[in-house]
Design a protein around this ligand. Structure first.
Ligand code: F6R
Length: 245
């Protein structure tokens, strides 16, 4: 029997408020117990409305990120952190610059490290997560090809954090962010591996709009295998799929 849950909302806005409040409650609960909250965060268009609500909760309702650690799923490689398409820049603009999270508390894979240091970097990234007791909460989107993070089809359930060749479909989907020029989309990215994602205590995957409907159905109802990495979530003990109607 599948252990995941599904929750449907009238629209992505309502859904985002719900998820942002779950995150806020978790931060407050952990902080009340004198603990840090360790979040796994995603980029892309889907979570933007969640970050907007988290900023509102910080500004209007006193939600503090001082005792939050966060680890982003991925970053293009190579990528300069201040470049227009960098996920470092994305996270600063969408969330970090607007809340009180200390700069030393958030981590995003480094798109500038030399190729010979990537393996070492990825191992250290996972160790940092482990040293903090693992991810309390992982936020996910889903790619049109079923990727989670940049774990493209073919990724194994125990895959580690690594440099990944991006699928053609992923690069085509990203091209609009790169001035519509496919040739400008990096061919690779560093991604948190499936194993670390599945070790998160709680996972919430968001999917908005008709264009995600079929891949979502396959991830939820189809076989669990490497052709659709999001299907691995069926094996996780506490995953919620948040979906708009
Ligand atoms: C982003 C990420 C990706 C996206 C996915 C959906 O950090 O890891 O898996 O979540 O590609 O992207 P959007 O939300 O732009 O449809």
């Amino acid at each position: 029997m599948n252990r995941y849950q599904l929750k449907f909302f009238a629209d992505s806005q309502e859904a985002s408020v719900f998820v942002a409040h779950e995150i806020a409650n978790l931060i407050r609960q952990k902080n009340k117990n004198g603990e840090y909250c360790v979040l796994g965060l995603a980029t892309g268009s889907t979570p933007k409305s969640i970050y907007k609500e988290l900023i509102r909760l910080h500004k209007e309702e006193g939600l503090s990120f001082k005792k939050v650690y966060s680890f982003n799923l991925d970053e293009y490689y190579p990528m300069e952190p201040n470049s227009l398409n960098s996920y470092v820049r994305f996270m600063k603009e969408q969330l970090f610059n607007h809340v009180d999270i200390p700069a030393e508390n958030y981590f995003i894979p480094d798109g500038t490290i030399s190729a010979d240091k990537i393996k070492e970097f990825c191992a250290a990234y996972e160790q940092k997560i482990e040293a903090l007791g693992g991810l309390d909460f992982q936020l996910l989107g889903i790619g049109g090809n079923g990727h989670i993070g940049f774990n493209e089809p073919g990724s194994l359930i125990n895959s580690g954090t690594r440099l990944m060749m991006l699928d053609h479909a992923t690069r085509v989907a990203a091209a609009s962010e790169f001035g519509g020029q496919l040739s400008k989309v990096p061919k690779k990215a560093i991604t948190l591996g499936v194993e670390k994602i599945l070790q998160a205590k709680r996972i919430v995957l968001l999917a908005w709009g008709e264009r995600k409907a079929l891949v979502l159905k396959a991830a939820i109802e189809g076989p669990v295998d490497e052709t659709l990495p999001a299907s691995y979530l069926q094996t996780h003990a506490d995953t919620l799929f948040v979906i708009d109607n």
